[in-house]
Design a protein around this ligand. Structure first.
Ligand code: MRU
Length: 355
């Protein structure tokens, strides 16, 4: 197995380059890179979770805008702007919950508006610079999250995590996993419990794989075992990522996160959410306004190619849920730790220059 490069990367120049991904649907059995040379291929990669995890989706979408506008680089600027509008709308329809997608698209759109005098070819170059900035900033945010989160988990012998929040989900080391990597570096005896994360098994396929690649001790459990693992005192903290955090701190993340937050509370275990500022959506007041993606029933009835439920069985398959702010001990961001999780603390930290 080849060591992973970046989950999302740009190859070549603005005029003819493309987005290069690791196809995460094939891991851990096969490591294969996926070239996205058209905006349709980028859209499909996001929709099918070839690239996934909120920050990585944002970076992929930013590069997707460049790919999508290449067809208009010889056209008059007005037509380039019309093509850009179509591309932004199209990519915005790929997945609804992770706000990083909309944050990145909005930033690309604003960049074009601010550069109205550039020719189309120059504008394409400028969009690529912006997308690369988004990727670089994401990498830096991951490092800062790891740094800020470390003191919170110092002394833990076991940490529980859910879904995948590492290098595959971001442009850097990850969010929750960045904290875990930092903690494992300091305490090589740290034991990470990874929920398998039904139905698509991001925990089993991706998190266990990433941790093993980096020689961090990981124990894989079924999602339904988390409560018992807490009861047995195997973990002293839970850390998860987020796809969208409302102004009051309610945090949407992979389905199962809500239950974990309840379990952690019942066992008096700190429950941390690690996310960059690009995951905060201050336009919505609470988690009830977060759009929750519902995915195909076949993810439950025919997971990984085998029928696992009776034909015609009704299903309900929300891909995310919302951990209420009241269950979250602290939010770990690149600008610092937000504790207690209140609307005013969130605003103050996000407006600060960071530490
Ligand atoms: O459906 P996915 O795999 O995109 O869901 C990903 C998650 O829920 C992650 O926990 C979240 O995006 C944070 S990634 C740093």
């Amino acid at each position: 197995m080849t060591n992973p490069r970046s989950a999302v990367a740009w190859t070549g120049g603005a005029a003819t380059g493309h987005l290069q991904l690791i196809d995460q649907t094939l891991l851990p059995v096969e490591y294969r890179e996926h070239s996205c040379t058209t905006v349709e291929i980028v859209w499909e990669a996001i929709k099918l979770l070839r690239v996934r995890g909120a920050p990585a989706i944002g970076v992929a979408a930013a590069y997707g805008v460049v790919v999508g506008c290449q067809t208009a680089q010889q056209m008059p600027r007005e037509q380039f702007d019309e093509r850009l509008r179509i591309v932004l709308d199209y990519l915005a329809g790929s997945r609804p919950t992770a706000v990083n997608l909309f944050w990145a698209l909005d930033r690309m759109g604003r960049t074009a508006k601010a550069c109205a005098r550039l020719t189309s070819a120059e504008m394409l170059e400028r969009l690529l610079v912006e997308a690369k900035d988004i990727e670089r900033e994401d990498r830096e945010m991951c490092s800062a999250i790891g740094r800020h989160g470390l003191p919170l988990v110092r002394g833990c012998s076991g940490i529980l995590t859910h879904c995948n929040t590492g290098g595959l989900a971001t442009a850097g080391d990850g969010t929750a996993l960045a904290v875990i990597f930092a903690a494992a570096l300091e305490n090589p005896g740290l034991q990470v419990y990874a929920d398998e994360t039904r139905p698509l098994l991001q925990g089993a396929r991706l998190t266990a794989w990433e941790l093993m690649q980096r020689h961090v001790a990981v124990t894989l459990i079924c999602d339904s075992m988390a409560g018992w693992v807490m009861k047995e005192d195997r973990v002293q903290a839970v850390i998860v990522g987020a796809d969208r955090i409302a102004a009051n701190g309610d945090s949407a993340n992979k389905i199962g996160t809500y239950s974990l937050s309840m379990l952690a509370r019942a066992h008096d275990i700190p429950f941390y959410v690690a996310a960059p500022s690009s995951t905060f959506d201050l336009t919505i007041q609470s988690g009830s306004q977060i759009p929750i993606e519902e995915r195909a029933s076949t993810e439950i009835t025919h997971a990984f190619g085998r029928q696992t439920a009776p034909a015609g069985c009704h299903t309900y398959n929300p891909a995310f849920d919302v951990a209420p702010a009241t269950h979250i001990t602290a939010l770990i961001t690149e600008r610092g730790v937000i504790q207690p999780v209140t609307m005013s603390n969130i605003r103050a930290t996000l407006q600060s220059p960071g530490k």
